[in-house]
Design a protein around this ligand. Structure first.
Ligand code: HEC
Length: 149
């Protein structure tokens, strides 16, 4: 049943490009960031990920990756929640950019575990809400014009 719901959710997302919190018919109920943080800890996301403010927690887990994949922080393009849901329920859909391919995938499949049969939809909603709060858009890089002499 859970798997079915997640599959249906994924099929919905797959057809979307996504722009804001309620983009194109894909609308999650309001999540709870505190509960989302508990989900983040429960499933040990920090085994393979870093996130500002969670350095101490990460250290208590044995790192599974040589170069952990950063979550949150400043990004050049904001992660929409359909994208974050996709990253969690279908990690191989689009592999993270800027990482050594050998570390993050095997034969095009993400090494990120699949939580779809254990994570409830409520946990997913809260997790994504929590994650979304940790992204920040990079300031636009202005052209550094050389002043004429
Ligand atoms: C065993 C290691 C491992 C664990 C545990 C893990 N991940 Fe990942 N995750 C990865 C790898 C490797 C990538 C990069 C490849 C990819 O994009 O799937 C990734 C990518 C992601 C991305 C996309 C990042 C980007 O910038 O594109 C998100 C979001 C994410 N993970 C969230 C989570 C969450 C939330 C959890 C816990 C529920 C989790 N991961 C647990 C290995 C892991």
């Amino acid at each position: 049943m859970k798997t079915f719901v997640l599959t249906a959710l994924f099929v919905t997302i797959a057809g979307l490009s996504g722009c804001d919190r309620s983009s194109q018919g894909f609308s999650l109920p309001q999540g709870n960031a505190e509960l989302g943080e508990q989900v983040f800890v429960k499933y040990q996301c920090l085994r393979c990920h870093t996130m500002a403010g969670y350095e101490a927690e990460a250290e208590t887990l044995s790192g599974a990756l040589q170069t952990p994949v950063q979550l949150g922080g400043q990004v050049s393009r904001i992660r929409t929640y359909p994208e974050l849901v996709t990253s969690v329920i279908n990690p191989s859909h689009k592999l993270a950019e800027g990482y050594d391919g050998a570390d993050i995938q095997v034969d095009g499949q993400s090494v990120m575990p699949n939580f779809n049969d254990v994570m409830t939809v409520t946990e997913l909603v809260n997790l994504v809400y929590f994650l979304e709060d940790h992204y920040e858009l990079e300031p636009y890089p202005r052209t550094d014009y050389v002043s004429p002499h």
